[in-house]
Design a protein around this ligand. Structure first.
Ligand code: NAD
Length: 267
């Protein structure tokens, strides 16, 4: 029998994707730190002042280092900056909660979006998982757990989600491929497919309120999930309680992804 308790005391988590109190990654920080983890945050430079405001709400030893995954040097500089502050420290947990697509990717018919915004969305929202782990490999502790955030539009059409659907499909493929390469060394990589939650990133998706309303009426739990629902699953995936789970997409969506015909179809 393996361990059956949530053991995260003294573990170190690299968390990418905190931009505000509403960020899913912020809830994951809260949950991981209450389970005993040390936090090392990689923040996008444009959110520096918000991160500094949030810092007092996180454990005293929380570190913050800038990172822009759209710039390769910035990824290696993140690791240099962390290692300069904590030489030799290893990461037991990596949270990748990064997503972005340029505005025109939402405003235009997807068929007519140019290559540049497509490249940007895929680089930031999908390939950055590979870039972060590639540079981070020498700093991973044995049996590390990486968790990324995805959305069910990766496999089924959602109006207005457009280019992000393609980025999420690529991200989920990266999860499987990286998990296959790192698994023999004992490292795990999984994705959480979250239901819709009001955050900064979500506010850029046209018609988001309508999606929230639809999911609330039609998911088996008859409610939307919140950041803490996702953080609970992430903390489980980060812990030895999930030691046999890798290369998976775990749905935290009130069961919505299990449905096909909406409950309110005849109303
Ligand atoms: P958020 O806006 O709080 O987080 C998005 C994060 O991505 C921000 O912290 C931002 O700084 C970061 N980011 C964007 N471009 C970056 C770059 N170039 N370099 C470094 N960081 C960059 O919103 P969120 O909803 O918490 O999003 C977190 C993840 O969850 C995203 O991958 C999102 O697609 C995913 N997700 C969100 C929902 C939802 O409904 N909110 C549902 C499913 C999945």
């Amino acid at each position: 029998m393996g361990d059956t308790i949530l053991k995260l005391d003294g573990k170190t988590a690299l968390v990418f994707g905190v931009a505000s109190e509403e960020s899913i990654a912020y809830a994951i920080c809260k949950s991981l730190s209450s389970a005993g983890c040390n936090l090392v945050l990689g923040f996008q430079p444009r959110f520096r002042s918000r991160i500094q405001q949030l810092l007092p709400t996180l454990p005293k030893n929380t570190q913050i280092h800038p990172i822009d995954v759209n710039k390769p040097d910035s990824i290696s500089n993140f690791y240099k900056s962390w290692q300069a502050e904590s030489p030799g420290q290893k990461a037991n947990i990596v949270i990748h909660a990064i997503g972005f697509a340029p505005r025109e990717a939402f405003d235009r018919n997807l068929l007519f979006v140019d290559s540049d915004p497509i490249d940007t969305a895929l680089r930031i929202s999908a390939h950055s998982l590979q870039s972060i782990l590639r540079s981070g490999l020498p700093h991973l502790a044995p049996e590390s757990s990486t968790i990324t955030l995805t959305y069910a539009a990766s496999t089924r059409h959602v109006p207005s989600y457009g280019l992000m659907s393609i980025a999420k499909a690529a991200l989920e493929a990266w999860v499987r491929e990286i998990a296959a390469r790192l698994g023999p060394d004992g490292h795990r990589v999984n994705a959480i497919s979250a239901g819709p939650i009001k955050t900064l990133a979500a506010s850029g998706i046209p018609g988001f309120e309508g999606i929230l309303d639809h999911v609330e009426r039609n998911s088996p739990l008859r409610r939307n999930v919140d950041q803490m629902d996702v953080a609970g699953a992430a903390t489980w995936l980060a812990s030895p309680l999930s030691s046999g789970v890798t290369a998976q997409v775990i749905h935290v969506d009130g069961g919505y992804s299990s449905t096909m015909v909406p409950e309110d179809v005849n109303r």
